[in-house]
Design a protein around this ligand. Structure first.
Ligand SMILES: Cc1ncc(COP(=O)(O)O)c(C=O)c1O
Length: 445
């Protein structure tokens, strides 16, 4: 019993310590993470009963609740329908499903649904080594769980992008049921426009994984997947889109072809892959959608500007930031090659010791068998931008990063500077400070 109680105490201590450590003392540059506003956090804390409820069942072609199997659903149904409608309006589409508990789950249901609808197990994907997420790959969900056959897009390493002409040839030869775009190392818009005709030609559905860039898309930057040819957008709701952890699939139910696919994806969601759909997050997704509607354009623009500023500044100071010729990035992230500074693993650890949190990243031209110590780092700017970092602050942050990378200062010295800098940026901008503030805005409008 004593050991059990000790463990509980340690668990509570670690979780309290964590809140201070990452939220107050670290500068967070992990490109796949998001920052929730006080209003979104408040909405989450007010939804605790929902967190314990179930709402299994079927939805219609508008994404609304059609049939539920349990009683007590009156308000849950309204919550699900209202959140779905908010997301549909934000992204200008006619169908959405929010029952997915993560971006990986959104991919699972979409890939499974589309492979059932097309009776085709082939999927053309960006190579894992070139920035795709593991869920797209034969070594992950797509291949090892769903049994799909991956065929790679041709990737142009100089452009840090899919080669549209060569990929068109691959698609014509393979005749896949699904073509995916989007990824985790994602600097430049993927060539949807260029490949939509060949997708139509072979009858493939186009699935665009916007997990990293959903907030940028909401803000009208990066790219507009639907107008460029995507049939479906899959995403997390907690990276550049600053909601609670969860997933979403978006689409337009505009033809028999899309109805068939949506029906199949809905079946892949329920009954195939959900029971509990983590309902407690839904009202908070709605508040995050309102924040994106109001502040999203400015937030997205500044996030990309900050990423570009960091790319330029680090580059001017002797760091090999990839794609200088293309302006480093058009998204929230940059990729940096620190091979000459002992590689991504070592540098990421040194920066961690200075409370600058980011991750090592495999670059397309790295030895793919040396995943443990690639030469790359991926640096994301959505968190610091939301905390109010402007261009001058980004340069100051880059100076701190440079001190560590070049060994000019010990990480422990830089850590003090990071904590001091972080103290000045503890408000979340481009969002509401409380639910009341959001509701007051609604009353006034
Ligand atoms: C492109 C992409 N898709 C899907 C995911 C998985 O999202 P989740 O962590 O919500 O399952 C990630 C995670 O970072 C990602 O980068």
């Amino acid at each position: 019993m004593e050991e059990f109680l000790n463990l509980v105490q340690k668990l509570v201590d670690a979780s309290q310590r964590h809140e201070n450590y990452r939220d107050l003392e670290c500068i967070n540059l992990i490109a796949s993470e998001g920052l929730k506003s006080p209003a979104v956090r408040q909405m989450l804390s007010l939804s605790s009963d929902l967190e314990g409820r179930y709402a299994e069942g079927e939805n219609d072609f508008k994404g609304h609740v059609k049939k539920r199997y349990y009683q007590g659903q009156e308000y849950i149904t309204a919550i699900e329908d209202h959140t779905t409608d908010l997301i549909k309006r934000l992204f200008g589409c006619s169908w959405a499903d929010l029952r997915l508990v993560s971006g990986t789950h959104a991919n699972l249901a979409t890939f499974k649904g589309l492979s059932m609808a097309t009776k085709n197990r082939k999927m053309v994907v960006t190579p894992l080594s070139c920035g795709a997420h593991i869920s797209h790959d034969y070594a992950g969900l797509a291949g090892s769980v769903l049994g799909l056959e991956n065929i790679n897009h041709v990737y142009d390493v100089d452009e840090f992008n899919i080669d549209p002409d060569k990929s068109a040839d691959v698609i014509r030869a393979a005749k896949p049921g699904i073509i995916t775009f989007g990824g985790s190392l994602f600097l430049f818009p993927h060539p949807l426009n260029e490949l939509k005709t060949v997708a139509n030609e072979v009858g493939a559905y186009v699935a665009y994984d916007a997990s990293h860039v959903l907030g940028l898309i909401a803000g009208g930057v990066f790219q507009d997947p639907f107008s460029e040819g995507a049939d479906f957008i899959t995403s997390s709701t907690h990276k550049t889109f600053p909601g609670p952890q969860g997933g979403v699939i978006l689409g337009n139910c505009s033809s028999k072809r899309m109805e068939k696919a949506i029906k199949s994806i809905q079946f892949a969601i329920f009954p195939l892959s959900t029971s509990n759909t983590h309902l407690g997050r839904l009202p908070a997704v709605g508040i995050a959608a309102l924040e994106m509607k109001i502040f999203g354009a400015e937030l997205a623009k500044r996030t990309v500007e900050n990423a570009q500023t960091a790319g330029q500044y680090l580059y001017e100071n002797g760091i090999n930031v990839v794609c200088e010729a293309k302006g480093f990035t058009k998204s929230h992230q940059i990729a940096v090659d620190v091979g000459e500074f002992q590689g991504g693993k070592k540098v990421a650890h040194q920066l961690e010791a200075a409370n600058i949190i980011l991750n090592k990243n495999l670059l397309p031209y790295n030895d793919q068998d040396n995943r443990d110590n690639p030469s790359g780092l991926r640096i994301g700017f959505q968190d610091v931008t939301r905390r109010g970092f402007g261009k001058g602050d980004i340069k100051h942050l880059c100076d701190l990063i440079l001190k560590v990378i070049t060994g000019k200062n010990a990480p422990s010295e830089v850590r003090e500077m990071v904590i001091a800098m972080k103290r000045e940026f503890n408000e979340v901008k481009y969002g509401f400070q409380s639910l009341e503030e959001a509701l007051n805005l609604i009353k006034r409008t």
